[in-house]
Design a protein around this ligand. Structure first.
Ligand code: NAD
Length: 500
């Protein structure tokens, strides 16, 4: 299928794809696929004002009715799954199966949010004063700015958008400059859902702002953007966090990871092998939850690592749109340079490297395809502590579980983690207060591929934000504690006497 047909199937004709000078290329073969119009600072500010005005109307719509809009969006996504999945693949290079999976995640979070729209529960609280009732309720917060990264161009938007919409917050999306086409395609689906929904969906309820980092900065600077949910690198999060804190706005940060797996002596090595491969080479190592560090017990090292190397040698690397491909391209030349530099550093720090070179046979001309690399390391050296957004798996040995957990937690990031073991004591220790320090901790499952029902996010340099399921919705609402006095007296709390 040609690029034009993929774009057209998502409703993106030349009026959109040839409207400006922001060049979008596909990592599949490096070719240009669109020239988009970008928003000026003034246009972004006008969108912020429209979003803030939409809040005045949207917060008055009852939550279950707001849920109906998200239900309609879920229907649009179901109908568009195949073509939107293909566009995700074209724009960011992940294989088509993963492109479809990303759209399925959007559908799932819409379903979750529809149910949630009838469950934005508060609390009743026991009052210490006679004739008093105390309760805690949740109210819409205001305009929610959503900044997204290139590697998951649409699912993280939906984790925010579906929840923010039922919570009563309008949304303004700043997609990655490397992946704005999927955002425009999704916005068309939102607009279709809005027109089926009716007049109580105000203009400006959902908007997209095509721009570079300066578009994100406009959101972080504006007092009108009450919540900024930002997905991307730690460096970006540091700037966003400071800018939003400066004006006492609310931030949800979903930043980089440096995810590890511990393979214990009792592990089912067949299962571990599959989990390692999917999570280390899937999306060509360009997932926030990609497996980057493998900490293997010395007693199973020789049974596991040679087999892993031979699986790596047989990986199908190539066109991500082609059936059977397991490893697609890197996003761009800068990603390849970062991978190359990391492998050189790993070697200089005592590592032995397998793979990592360019894959030129059977791969589309113009794209950057690499053989995923395994780096056997003498220990957790400086380069191992960094997130290099490429398929590099650092492998280390351990003898004692406490040491393995210390190694595991000894990096700045804290997103996802896992242990492969059939020993209950080990798995419970890993999940306990003295185990993994990450936001996500799995047993006998790799670190990537989370379900939407749980809260997603991580600690330390990963930013501390939570999105998606569980009670992450509370991040999109403001909490109100209310006390009602239905007595004819005015007792003060703590028994204070203040007679006049
Ligand atoms: P990036 O940090 O380069 O860009 C992410 C987004 O931030 C883009 O939209 C960009 O325009 C915007 N941005 C950059 N500087 C900004 C600023 N000063 N103010 C406001 N916005 C700004 O990240 P990337 O290369 O697109 O994505 C890869 C990174 O994202 C990796 O570190 C990966 O781990 C992380 N990521 C994290 C999650 C998560 O949920 N934790 C999910 C996906 C990706």
């Amino acid at each position: 299928m040609t690029h034009e047909r993929i774009l057209r199937a998502c409703g993106l004709g030349p009026d959109v794809t040839q409207a400006g000078d922001h060049i979008v290329t596909t990592p599949v073969d490096g070719s240009e696929i669109a020239r988009l119009k970008t928003d000026s600072r003034g246009e972004i500010e006008a969108k912020i004002a429209r979003g803030a005005a939409a809040f005045e109307a949207w917060r008055r719509v009852p939550p279950p009715r707001r849920g109906e809009l998200v239900r309609l969006l879920g229907e649009e996504l179901r109908a568009a799954k195949a073509e939107l999945g293909r566009l995700v693949t074209l724009e960011c290079g992940k294989i088509y199966q993963e492109g479809l999976g990303e759209v399925q995640e959007m559908i799932d979070i819409c379903d979750f949010a529809v149910g949630l729209s009838r469950q934005l529960y508060g609390l009743t609280i026991a009052s210490e004063r006679p004739g008093h009732a105390m309760r805690e309720g949740w109210h819409p917060m205001g305009l929610c700015g959503i900044i997204t990264a290139f590697n998951f161009p649409v699912a993280p938007w939906s984790w925010n958008a579906a929840i923010a919409l039922v919570c009563g917050d309008p949304i303004l999306w700043k997609p990655s400059e490397k992946a704005p086409l999927t955002a425009l395609a999704v916005q068309r689906l939102v607009e279709r859902a809005m027109s089926a929904f009716g007049e109580d969906a105000p203009e400006g309820l959902s908007q997209v702002n095509v721009a570079g980092a300066e578009g994100g900065q406009a959101l972080t600077a504006s007092e009108e953007v009450r919540i900024v949910s930002a997905t991307g690198s730690v460096a970006m999060g540091r700037k966003v966090g400071q800018a939003v804190a400066q004006r006492f706005g609310r931030c949800i940060l979903e930043l980089g990871g440096n995810n590890a797996m511990i393979v214990a002596p009792s592990a089912d090595l067949e299962m571990a092998l599959r989990a390692i491969t999917f999570s280390a080479v899937g999306t060509a190592g360009q997932r926030c939850t990609s497996l980057r560090r493998l900490i293997v017990h010395e007693s199973v090292y020789d049974a596991l690592i040679p087999r892993l190397k031979s699986v790596y040698e047989g990986l199908a690397i190539g066109d991500p749109l082609a059936e059977g491909t397991l490893v697609g391209p890197l996003i761009d030349a800068a990603a390849h340079e970062a991978m190359h530099a990391a492998l050189e550093a790993a070697q200089a720090q005592g590592g032995t490297i397998h793979g990592g070179e360019r894959a030129r046979t059977g791969t589309p001309e113009g794209g950057i395809y690499v053989h995923p690399a395994i780096a056997e390391m003498p220990g957790q050296t400086a380069i191992v502590c960094e997130e290099t957004f490429a398929p590099i798996l650092y492998v280390m040995k351990y003898r004692d579980l406490d040491d393995a957990i210390a190694l595991h937690n000894g990096v700045p990031q804290g997103l996802s983690s896992c242990i492969f073991t059939t020993d209950l004591r080990e798995s419970e220790a890993f999940l306990s207060a003295i185990g993994s320090d990450c936001g996500i901790a799995n047993v006998n499952i790799g670190p990537s591929g989370a379900e939407i029902g749980g809260a997603f996010g991580g600690e330390k340099a990963t930013g501390g934000g939570r999105e998606s399921g569980s009670d992450a919705w509370k991040g999109y609402m403001r909490r109100q504690t209310a006390t009602v006095n239905y007595s004819a007296e005015l007792p003060l709390a703590q028994g204070i006497r203040f007679d006049i």
